[in-house]
Design a protein around this ligand. Sequence first.
Ligand code: SIN
Length: 337
Amino acid sequence: MRVLNTLVAAAVAFFPAQAFAQCDPGERVTKFSLVTSLQGHPKGEAALAFADRVNSELDGKLCVEVFGNSELYNDTDVFDAILNGDVQFAAPGVTKFGKYTQQFELFNLPFLFDGPLHVMEFLNSDVAAEMTAGLTDHGFVGMGYWANGMRQMSATVPLRLPLDARGLTFRVSSSSPVTAEVMRRMEITPKKLSFSKVYDALKTGEVQGQENTWANIQTKEFYLQQAAVTETNHTYIGYIVVTSQDFLSSLDPETRQALQDIMKLTTHERNRFAFEINQQRRQDILDDDGVIVTLTPEELAQWRAELKPVWDQFKSSIGEGLVDAAILMNSTTNPFE
Ligand code: SIN
């Protein structure tokens, strides 16, 4: 099975990461920059669906080209690229907006949400809509939330309890103070690296562990460099699709409205598939003889007991109201509360 996967990966590498759109002369060409894979990934598939719809419904006016696998920018540089007009769309993880607001640190609070459905409930709420409104102060427009899934932890040793990772260095995706505190409690050293660097860093031993969704772990083959992936489901990766205010206001009102409607429809349609895609990628790991550790209820209770105090440390910097709203939305069906 692993040989087959290697052949598929080689074929994917041979073909360009860019999804070429049929842009016609006279159309305004726009770029959508992603760090993840396109096919078989919730965000990649959503971006392709968005581009397809724009390219057919706004044919002759606007055209979207999708670039995956960090081909254009990483998630640090993409914010300036959007503001400078070098790309028009990106969808960084919610917690990568840390330099603009601490509110999105909410999604790094361990075990705050007990599953992707609860996160989606929260993301569809008025509270979450207000969270993106503040981005306009920085020149961005949040066009929608796109789903990925819950993060799992993997390392060069199988993890059953938080301190099993003691002494290791883990790749982290942002300078999140919440994640740093989680790692401190696990006696792990965090190392911030862009997504495109993770596979090599795991391979060379620069880092020995990481945390990510099934879709990211499988499509980027992180699991091949790890002893096991532990099904922790401890935090969530979702995305804010951003564009710039300058770009949106440069469109005529009809095109702008059509673009926003297409984004709304795509978001609604594609978010339903994020959970299923992640479960498929999880199964792909098993089919490739990857090791997945499933925690017992007692072990999971220890993870929660060890890491949940982090909530109180960051409640005021994130916003008491936000944390309380998330707890309330989750607690109606959360068996652990
Ligand atoms: C992504 O899902 O866009 C990347 C996540 C990461 O940087 O770990």
